[in-house]
Ligand binder design. Structure first.
Ligand code: GLC
Ligand code: CA
Length: 597
């Protein structure tokens, strides 16, 4: 089973508002940045944004406790600036019992002491702002920690003012002495029943994720108000937006009817990695009311684009959806916008180098989401890394170059995950007793959990990879000896250098920054080729070989006679001088400008 579909959902990106803030206007807010006031470029920064996901626990430890922290991130901002990113999506760093490593929040308006303080956070925002990097927070609205004061109140009695902030239901067939069965067959995405019996209230509560993550009741208007206040709190601190976590899980069907059990082609019930039946999720996922909440939260967020904070605050969605039609809805109907950037999991998790599938899915976001902007990605902290999902074990470096070309040279915002730029490997635990992510314990050995893609950032070849002077919370894999920043930065043929180059093209060539995508040579099943063109400028072209054999493509672009100027190519490849004969090595990439004459 791919974890991909089963696990995840939402996001939101913030605009620092750095641009026009008077320096020192509010403590912790970034100073005016050199690009100046709210130009169209500033307003639209997110439409061609390069967004870098940091899992704070694993990026850089500054105090030797083996856990990454905010001051560690601040210390590495120059590296990120050189890489060319526009924004950091910071996964949750709020106070948390850390059952789900921060996705179980016990206080939405503070920083977990393991990661630092609010002052450290303000300093991170300010220092990032100086480098023109925006900070986006991760906001978990589907559930809180079971240690959050709201839930402690809620479970304290059935008549508490917070009792209807969560999803409490009676057991089936419950009596004065018997708790009865769970209200229905709904399952947690993290294994087993989604209902947890609570002895004090003598009711069950619903949890889409861990038992320690009770779902909030979004039918209660007070929950909406609480989150609007939380959003305001962080936007006022200068964040540029949010990633909304697990947002498609906000509502459940009020009928509480059982979900259908899915069957294989022989009519046998399908069973997941936890040994539970696989359910259709139509009663627990992507209910229409999600859109109503999104319109409300977007309208609230948009009020912060004015006055003291010009520039767009951006909402990113963790939107695992079945098709482009559902993705299109996440942008909102005319006049009622929702997400700026719901993540496109259609492209991300094709999970095989299938040219036709890539062409079709990339075309979908070019033609089926109106004037909206796609958010492309391959990786995040919940899935095996790109190398594990797309590598062939022989040409992995070239495959990662090829996918980086797809990611950064297609139209839209592009998101990647710390360490992808180095080619960091997924390194799952080999023994159950070493597993940190609870789903890896519940699901062992079918599901080893997400530790493998959360190993410490690899800065250098020293014992702890430059991540920590203490004992890292997850082991540094042996591959860090060769795959690290210190080894790759001076090497012009490294994956890191390739990332810097494709990001530079995305940011500096107008056709890549804003040109539409047009697929070329659309019957070819081995090479994916596309053209980008912005008004007034020359078209640019990308050709990516999706096979392990050399390929030659012959392309034509009406109105152009075929001369090319190379912008970037796989190390060692020849420069084609015409569109008619572009030679590509195994998984080779060619990027060029098409000349008029
Ligand atoms: C999202 C996060 C994931 C987390 C889950 C529950 O899917 O990306 O890491 O476990 O939500 O909050
Ligand atoms: Ca630390």
């Amino acid at each position: 089973m791919h974890r991909t579909k089963a696990i995840l959902r939402a996001a939101l990106v913030l605009y620092l508002g750095a641009a026009t803030l008077t320096a020192g206007a509010q403590p912790g807010h970034p100073a005016r940045h050199p690009a100046g006031a709210s130009s169209a470029g500033e307003r639209d920064w997110w439409k061609n944004a390069v967004i870098y996901e940091i899992y704070p626990r694993s990026f850089q430890d500054s105090n030797g406790d083996g856990i990454g922290d905010l001051n560690g991130i601040t210390a590495r901002l120059d590296y990120l600036k050189k890489l060319g990113i526009d924004a950091i999506w910071l996964t949750p760093c709020y106070p948390s019992p850390q059952v789900d490593f921060g996705y179980d929040i016990s206080d939405y308006k503070n920083i977990d002491p393991k990661y630092g303080t609010l002052d450290d956070f303000d300093r991170l925002v300010a220092e990032a702002g100086k480098r023109h990097i925006r900070i986006l927070m991760d906001l978990v609205m589907n559930h809180t920690s079971d240690q959050h004061p709201w839930f402690l109140q809620s479970r304290s009695s059935r008549v508490n003012p917070y009792s209807d902030w969560y999803m409490w239901r009676d057991g089936k067939g419950e009596t004065a002495t018997d708790q009865g069965a769970p209200p229905n067959n709904w399952e947690s995405l993290f294994g087993h029943s989604a209902w947890q019996w609570d002895a004090a209230t003598r009711q069950y509560y619903y949890h889409r994720f861990y038992i320690q993550q009770p779902d909030l009741n979004w039918n209660n208007p007070k929950v909406h108000d609480a989150f609007k206040e939380i959003i305001s709190f962080w936007l006022k601190r200068g964040v540029a937006g949010f990633r909304f976590d697990a947002v498609t899980a906000l509502y459940e069907d009020p009928s509480l009817a059982d979900e259908e059990i899915l069957k294989d082609k022989d009519g046998q019930p399908l069973v997941n990695a936890y040994g539970d039946p696989v359910l259709n999720d139509s009663k627990t996922d992507n209910l229409p009311s999600v859109h109503v909440v999104m319109q409300e939260l977007r309208a609230h967020t948009d009020t912060f684009s004015l006055a003291a904070f010009p520039g767009t605050r951006v909402l990113i969605g963790e939107t695992y959806l079945p098709n482009v039609a559902e993705l299109a809805k996440m942008y909102g109907p005319a006049g009622k916008p929702e997400f700026h950037l719901p993540m496109d999991t259609q492209v991300a998790f094709i999970n095989k180098l299938d040219v036709a599938a890539f062409r079709a899915k990339l075309n979908d976001v070019e033609t089926k989401i109106g004037d909206n902007t796609p958010l492309l990605l391959f990786d995040n902290h919940d899935n095996p890394r790109v190398q594990a999902r797309y590598g062939d074990g022989v040409h992995d470096l070239d495959i990662q170059r090829a996918l980086a070309a797809v990611l950064f040279l297609s139209r839209g915002a592009a998101q990647f995950y710390y360490g992808d730029e180095l080619g960091m490997l997924t390194t799952p635990p080999t023994r159950k007793e070493d597993v940190k992510d609870p789903i890896g314990i519940t699901g062992w050995p079918n599901e080893k959990g997400r530790d493998g893609e959360r190993t410490p950032m690899q800065w250098d070849a020293s014992a702890n990879a430059g991540f920590s002077r203490g004992r890292p919370w997850l082991p540094v894999p042996p591959s860090a000896a060769a795959i690290n920043v210190a080894a790759e930065s001076p090497d012009p043929d490294s994956l890191l250098a390739w990332y810097e180059n494709v990001i530079r093209l995305k940011k500096t060539i107008p056709a890549f920054a804003r040109g539409r995508n047009t697929m070329l040579d659309t019957k070819n099943t081995k090479v994916l080729s596309w053209m980008r063109k912005a008004p007034g400028g020359p078209p640019v072209l990308v050709a990516v070989n999706f096979t392990a054999e050399p390929q030659t493509v012959s392309l034509s672009v009406p109105g152009f006679n075929g001369k090319l100027k190379t912008l970037l190519k796989t190390p060692g490849a020849a420069d084609p001088d015409s569109l008619k004969a572009i030679q590509l090595g195994p998984f080779g990439v060619f990027v060029g400008k098409i000349l008029q004459r």
